[in-house]
Design a protein around this ligand. Structure first.
Ligand SMILES: *Cc1c(COP(=O)(O)O)cnc(C)c1O
Length: 854
């Protein structure tokens, strides 16, 4: 029993002396454990690309510089390893001859291509094997082509056999007999011998070295296949795109296969079948961090229950949408159309059908879709249907066992798709993946959002390992928002301020920036809704921009007047009669939002100008409690009462100069306000006297990292389009939150920490729901940061709570935080709107005070 273990090392793992020393120590430790290592290597990183370039240049005879670069790379590494460069001179000579041949015949045949591209692996292994010998690791170089033979497939084109062959990997006693115990074999990935022409090289496809490793593992009946690469394993998402992606410690073959096929680049999709058939576990390990456990892929990974294990995304996907106009029912429709794809050599990946449309996706990895092919395909398809190409799109897939059982949990995750177009949804019959095809440009955001929703509050366990950052930058950040938020750059001032006790701190320059943005919207008037934050310094800052103030009570009106606001808009709701009477004295404009006052106290309004608040019938907003339109909402006059309104105002000589609608708060859908304008213009046409349309407030700010930011330029565009259609109206808006939310943070200190069973942490602060009630009242999310340890990597998952005697006194649930201590300063972000002003004396505790930062 020789206990084979196959170790495959990728390009970056064989490209320096340090990495070869790691290889040597891995090989030694396997030998010490009584295993026989069988080492499969890639070419030096970048060399396969250089060889590709060489083949592009060779037919025109311009390849000499590239050949010299390739030679130089190997000379360098040979010197670094202290082995003779002459070990690769045969390969380099042959490479020169192949290139010369191509320049003479003016073409590169698949045969020549395979031969030339295979040189990279031959050279890296010659140098590596010599290095191992030189430092006393007994090893033997082996030509992989002696033992790995391609199989000929029926109808296989010649080019495919040379460039992307499949091999016979049945148990190979001859190979086993050739190996000596305790001696490491060093051989090549990527290459094999032609099925019928001994002596000719074929390739296993780009990235095929993994597959070589799997073939050899199966041939030898190895106890394990280890794939050593530059990442420590498979992740819950691509760690280069999602910083908080988590290492997956264990996966079933099927799941790994699905992930590899759906775009995860760590493993070549073809490498799983051979090991899976023989039940050989596959370990993914990182040469840079050899001690990290990595991912173990096997047939007996524990059952973690139904859950999403990873999110992958694959770009460059083209869709072909075929509208069938009733032909769908016809016998053979699918056969006819699919035959067109076959004729053009295109393989279909995903398919969805409806009564009148069939949409399929074409995987870029499996197809060559040049413009000529696309055109030819479409014109063939048009014989049967109207066909068009959509793309480039991206396929975003959720992967995991038994996805069907957890579809219901995906509800909130699917909100992430809110305003984006989903072209195609496909649930694999294997129940291992759910795929959404969206515009390529949206894919990254979508992956971020889904990942946040599905993984952000998960602690490390048998399935989930550390994040990429935690492994490679153990002192780095992870949960912090962008570096360019104001409170990150002013954190030392904030830490100083925090010494004086709990406080809301407002940053004046942030308010100014938002005000400038609103000025740029091209509105006739902006009123700031002062209920969001009536702090005098905040108001002064905003009044400097020439904005009016929108008030909802006599108290706010009085405050606005005292602050010197010349334009005051009063919007009472279910207020007593006296408030309307006094309102006409102290406000510039008054908005009425019910017919009751006109029916019962018309004398208050007779002869006056008013605005009227309408209910467009549907609300928007980030939470049902902040939707301010629709039959459920107490606000606004429904459109069916417009006739009565017209009667009443006519009868009492009241002049409706404006219409108003405010449909909700925290809205990120850019066309909301132009849609409101359109609705109000329709009502205006029925009344006649209207010259002002007040489109309300509600402009949203991002709640969480990765949330979509409301695109103000789009708001501006849609409003401009409305204006062009209906230039007769003056357009107003009355935002509150947008001006102030991000300018404010709430600072508090850690009082106590508690740990309960199951690793549940509570971090207690000296601020609670009496200072900030939004999380308890609306379930609002506020980013929470330990400002004293802003560079600390997240280590615990904790509920952040206050000192109020209420179970609901929670500022944030399940937040990933660094290990925190009594006295640390915590920052609650985006607290500038509806924060201090909603504070209370509950429990007779004083809420946080207000401070200004300039
Ligand atoms: C609260 C309110 C606003 C401001 O809403 P934001 O979401 O803060 O922009 C505007 N108009 C009316 C009538 C309001 O009640």
């Amino acid at each position: 029993m020789k206990n084979y273990v196959v170790l495959k090392f990728g390009g970056t793992s064989v490209s320096s002396r340090a990495r070869w020393e790691t290889i040597a120590s891995i090989v030694r430790s396997r030998i010490e454990a009584n295993e026989t290592p069988f080492v499969v290597c890639s070419a030096l990183s970048g060399v396969t690309n250089l060889l590709e370039r060489l083949l592009v240049e060779a037919p025109s005879g311009t390849h000499h510089e590239t050949l010299a670069t390739i030679e130089g790379r190997h000379k360098e590494i040979a010197a670094e390893l202290g082995v003779p460069f002459e070990l690769v001179s045969n390969e380099l000579t042959e490479l020169g001859r192949l290139a010369l041949g191509a320049s003479l015949t003016n073409e590169v045949s698949p045969r020549l291509r395979a031969r030339a591209l295979g040189m990279g692996e031959l050279m890296s292994t010659r140098l590596g094997a010599a290095f191992l010998e030189s430092i006393g690791v007994e090893s033997e170089w082996m030509d992989a082509r002696q033992h790995l033979k391609a199989v000929a497939l029926p109808n296989e084109p010649d080019a495919k056999h040379y460039l992307s062959a499949l091999c016979d990997y049945s148990a190979d006693e001859e190979l086993a007999a050739a190996l000596k115990p305790r001696v490491a074999v060093v051989t090549q990935g990527f290459i094999a011998t032609h099925a019928h022409k001994p002596g000719e090289t074929v390739l296993l496809g780009r990235g095929g070295s993994d597959t070589s490793g799997a073939y050899f593992a199966h041939k030898l009946g190895a106890t394990r296949l280890e794939i050593w690469t530059d990442v420590p394993g498979m992740y819950t998402a691509n760690p280069r795109e999602v910083a908080s992606a988590r290492l997956l410690k264990q996966l079933h073959y099927e799941e790994a296969q699905e992930l590899a096929s759906m775009g995860a680049k760590v493993l070549h999709p073809r490498c799983l079948a051979p090991v899976r058939e023989a039940g050989i576990p596959l370990h993914i390990k990182c040469t840079e961090l050899p001690d990290v456990e990595g991912t173990v892929i096997s047939g007996d990974s524990p059952d973690f229950g139904a859950q999403v294990k990873a999110i992958s995304s694959k770009g460059g996907v083209m869709l072909v949408s075929m509208d069938t106009l009733g032909m769908w029912q016809q016998v053979g429709f699918l056969a006819d159309t699919f035959d067109c794809f076959k004729r053009h050599g295109l393989s279909i990946d995903l398919v969805t059908t409806s009564e009148s449309n069939v949409t399929v996706s074409l995987d870029p990895a499996a197809n060559v879709l040049d413009p000529a092919t696309s055109e030819a395909l479409l014109s063939d398809l048009r014989e049967f249907c109207t066909a068009r190409m959509i793309g480039p799109c991206a396929a975003v897939s959720l992967v995991g066992h038994n996805i069907r059982a957890i579809l219901h949990q995906l509800g909130p995750a699917l909100e992430a798709f809110g305003e984006q177009r989903i072209y195609l949804v496909s649930q694999a019959a294997s129940d291992l993946n759910l795929t959404f095809v969206v515009d390529e440009e949206h894919a990254n955001k979508l992956v971020q959002r889904l990942h946040e929703l599905l993984f952000h509050d998960r602690v490390s366990d048998a399935l989930l390992g550390p994040t990429w950052n935690a492994l490679f930058h153990p002192d780095g950040d992870s949960d912090r928002l962008d570096d360019d938020v104001w409170w990150f750059s002013k954190r030392s001032e904030l830490l100083e301020l925090a010494k004086d006790g709990p406080a809301y701190v407002y940053d004046v320059s942030t308010i100014q920036r938002r005000a400038e943005e609103l000025q740029g919207l091209g509105l006739d008037r902006v009123f700031y809704a002062i209920k969001a934050n009536p702090n005098p310094e905040v108001l002064k800052t905003i009044l400097d921009f020439g904005f009016g103030l929108e008030c909802v009570s006599p108290g706010e009106l009085e405050h606005a007047k005292a602050m010197g606001a010349s334009e005051r808009l009063f919007t009472p709701n279910f207020a007593p009669k006296e408030e309307y009477i006094s309102g006409f004295e102290s406000a510039t404009y008054l908005t009425l939002d019910n017919l009751h006052p006109l029916r019962h106290w018309p004398e208050v309004f007779a002869g006056r100008d008013i605005l009227v608040r309408m209910d467009p019938g549907h609300g928007r907003g980030h939470h049902k409690k902040v939707k301010t339109a629709g039959a459920q909402s107490k606000f606004g006059i429904p459109p069916e009462q417009v006739e009565e309104l017209a009667d009443l105002v006519k009868r009492h000589d009241i002049n409706v100069i404006g219409l108003h609608s405010h449909v909700g708060s925290g809205i990120t859908y850019a066309a909301t306000w132009s849609e409101t304008a359109m609705f109000l213009a329709g009502v205006a046409d029925r009344l006649g006297s209207v010259r002002i349309l007040n489109l309300g407030g509600g402009l949203g700010v991002p709640e969480k990292l990765g949330d979509k930011r409301l695109d103000l330029s789009e708001v501006k565009e849609t409003i401009a389009a409305f204006r062009q259609a209906r230039p007769e109206f003056e357009l107003w808006m009355e935002p509150g939150r947008y001006l102030v939310a991000e300018s404010g943070v709430l600072l508090g200190r850690v009082t106590q920490i508690k740990e309960k069973e199951g690793g549940r942490f509570f971090v207690g602060l000296d601020i609670g729901m009496n200072s900030l009630i939004r999380p308890a009242l609306y379930g609002a999310y506020h980013p929470i940061v330990n400002l004293s340890k802003v560079d600390g990597s997240p280590k615990i998952v904790a509920d952040v709570v206050g000192p109020i005697c209420e179970t609901g006194d929670v500022l944030g649930h399940k937040r990933r935080l660094p290990v925190s201590e009594e006295g640390d300063v915590f920052l609650i972000a985006s607290a500038g709107a509806y924060g201090y002003v909603m504070g209370s004396q509950y429990n007779l505790r004083k809420p946080a005070i207000e401070r200004i930062l300039r």
